[in-house]
Design a protein around this ligand. Structure first.
Ligand code: ADP
Length: 472
């Protein structure tokens, strides 16, 4: 099984911290060691110079009556040697319990007039050794070699090492606990999100994470997830409603057809009565066909692009043709139809679907406008878009219905609309077509005055056909 994120986060954190601590300890150790050694050397040189001053000159040869020691290093193990120019020792004293080798290379350097500093590691002691020339009346008469044990520094360094060896793991341990706590704290809301997501299924979309907390990355993730669930739930409810409405709409004409057939079968009738029944059945079947065609179109709108294939559609030619097509219906209903001359304006899109869009609006306007009323078409050109207006002097639509007007199967007055052959899908289809063309439909209406539907379409191909129709 893969390690959980909180383990991995803590692991990386501890590893990183261990590296940083190691680097820090090493640097501290080396820096302290260097500092102490430098101080030690400075004192050693100073003390050696003072000893050199105490050296007598006897017959051109350096000599020291007894070991001269100054308070700074008197207490440490040390040795003093004086060499003559012939490399022989003329003085030797040592408090170091181990034998110290001859350091003739250093003596050579000193006899050449230079100072020499070296570290000598014996079995139990480490010595810092300075060798310097003994000058008498501007003449090098010998070399003085002084060595002092580094015991003090070694003890300090060992103590520092002990502190670091205890402190670093303790810090690491404490920080690991802190890291685990922080990772846990940061990831707990994610577990909550996972649990909620597991609980949610298509049948039960009502679960929400409901995370209370600051507006940080996790908070935003939880809220985005919740709003996505809300949208999904709403879409799912709409889908269920749509299925229920569609079944209901299909059942009504089917029930009527079965009733009429049953009546015809039960009693022997005349040829004329059978004809009447068949005509009535045909009417219902036509309604069913219209309904299934509409449903099919909407189903396609949900899954595909209603504007494809994209071709230039001339509104200047389709609008007059449409008006001519609905003219007979308007005349039958005694509704005056007016279309001022339309200039040639092309919009990119699918001609069949655009004709369907305008036809739905025109058909509604004529059907809902009482006799003696008026339906007027108008075209408005604006930079980048064109608006086609269908205005009527019908009953108007109350404001509370306006937000739902484009919902599937929504009817302001169900009985009246169905009686007029309306399925409640006309405006939903019109809006889907407009959206698929990158456009929109707006509606203004006043009860008792009339309604105006305006279709806005872009005049450039930008976005057309790529605008996916939203679900729901
Ligand atoms: P229908 O097939 O019922 O006409 P639509 O989707 O075309 O369905 O319209 C939805 C509802 O909007 C209609 O039932 C009707 O009540 C109302 N409506 C649409 N157009 C008009 C209009 N021009 N004037 C008044 N009401 C309208």
């Amino acid at each position: 099984m893969a390690l959980s994120l909180r383990w991995r986060l803590t692991g990386w954190y501890v590893l990183l911290l261990a590296g940083v601590l190691l680097l820090f300890s090493l640097t501290t150790y080396l820096a302290v060691q260097r500092l102490l050694t430098e101080n030690f050397d400075a004192v050693l040189r100073q003390q050696a110079a003072l000893v050199a001053q105490a050296i007598d000159e006897d017959d051109g040869q350096p000599s020291l009556a007894q070991d001269v020691w100054l308070p700074d290093i008197r207490d440490s193990q040390h040795f003093t040697r004086i060499y003559r120019t012939d490399r022989r020792r003329s003085f030797n004293s040592s408090t170091v319990p181990e034998p110290i080798p001859e350091l003739l290379d250093a003596v050579e350097v000193a006899l050449r007039g230079q100072q020499h500093l070296a570290q000598v590691r014996l079995e139990r002691t480490t010595l810092r050794v300075v060798t310097l020339p003994i000058v008498h009346e501007r003449q090098i008469v010998g070399a003085l070699q002084v060595g002092v044990a580094l015991t003090g520094i070694e003890e300090t360094m060992a103590a520092l090492l002990r502190v670091l060896l205890v402190l670093a793991p303790a810090t690491l341990l404490a920080a690991s606990g802190g890291g685990w706590f922080l990772a846990n704290r940061a990831l707990t809301p994610i577990d909550q999100i996972t649990r909620t997501a597991r609980r949610i299924s298509a049948e039960n979309l009502s679960g929400r994470i409901g995370l209370q907390g600051p507006d940080d990355e996790i908070g935003r993730l939880a809220r985005t997830f919740d709003s996505m669930l809300a949208r999904l739930e709403a879409a799912f409810v709409r889908q269920q409603q749509f299925t229920a409405d569609a079944s209901h709409e299909l059942r009504t004409p089917l029930t009527a057809v079965i009733g009429q057939i049953d009546v015809a079968l039960e009693w022997p009738g005349t040829l004329e009565s059978y004809r009447r029944t068949l005509r009535a059945v045909r009417e219902q079947v036509e309604r069913l066909t219209r309904l299934t065609n509409d449903l099919l179109l909407l189903a396609r709108a949900d899954g595909q692009f209603l504007s494809e294939p994209v071709e230039p559609v001339d509104l200047g030619s389709i609008l007059p043709a449409l008006v001519a097509q609905v003219e007979p219906l308007a005349r039958t209903r005694d509704v005056a139809l007016a279309l001022p001359p339309v200039p040639s304006i092309t919009v990119p899109g699918n001609e069949d679907h655009l004709i369907r869009l305008f036809m739905n609006l025109l058909d509604n306007a004529i059907r809902y406008t009482p006799a003696g009323g008026q339906v007027t078409l108008g075209v408005m050109c604006q930079p980048g878009r064109v608006g086609v207006r269908v205005a009527d002097s019908g009953p108007g639509i109350a404001p509370e219905h306006l937000p739902h007007l484009f919902d599937r199967f929504y009817r302001v007055d169900a009985g009246r609309s169905r009686g007029q052959g309306g399925s409640g899908l006309g405006l939903a289809i019109a809006q889907r077509i407009a959206q698929a063309h990158g456009g929109a439909i707006t509606v203004e209406s006043a009860v008792g005055v009339g309604s105006t539907f305006t279709v806005w379409l872009p005049t450039e191909a930008r976005g057309v056909g790529r605008e996916r129709v939203a679900v729901g």
